[in-house]
Write a protein that binds this ligand. Sequence first.
Ligand code: DC
Length: 244
Amino acid sequence: METAAPTAVIVAIDGPSGTGKSSTSKAVAAKLGLRYLDTGAQYRAITWWMITNGIDTDDPQAIALAAGKPSIVSGTDPSAPTITVDGQDASGPIRSKEVTSKVSAVSAVPEVRTLITELQRSITAEAAEEADGIVVEGRDIGTTVLPDADLKVFLTASPEARAARRSGELRGKEAADLAATKEALIKRDAADSGRHTSPLAKADDAVEVDTTELTLDQVIECVVTLVAERRSATGGTEKRAGRS
Ligand code: DC
């Protein structure tokens, strides 16, 4: 009797800030025994490197020239994701207000996107070969990075709900009031959606989930169910094929 080839499942979760992408993606990956990749953290890491190395983040040419210099490494365990830049833990500094305000400009530079996209595809291919698959969260995963993903989810929520969630995540002196958080978030989403290269967008074949009225547990359950449905419908991705 012929045995089926081992398969992995590749899940792309996109959407604007504050829709619960990270919490949902991590929890779904942990529940299903998959790896997890936070692609926003990679764009934040390269932005942090630009700032600390004195590169003018308003100068796309300078960013393009420097883009290949830092070595960015993502740890993909959903219970303890990590990010290092040139061997240094960057998980704290990449969440600073300064990085948040500059990441849209840096991530709009095509050379940056090409390099980070290659990195994301190689991490995904490795997870498809060596593990049961991966949940990759970002803005352009379903449209550009992994157009063949087994499941694409696009999370949305009202601007009010997103600002309230993001505000709750901020700590200490960087905690902004709700109105300021909402304004900053809308500005960043507009920049991410309006950029020329690989903008924030829903893939035609993505399932849209409006999380405004849902609890985190409900969103997680919804995505876990979608993965199960997709797995039984398609069987997932053949491990030998990988994905790139
Ligand atoms: O998810 P986040 O807020 O940590 O993402 C930070 C920024 O990175 C976001 O404003 C846009 C950029 N980004 C991107 O351009 N493409 C992705 N796939 C993920 C994030």
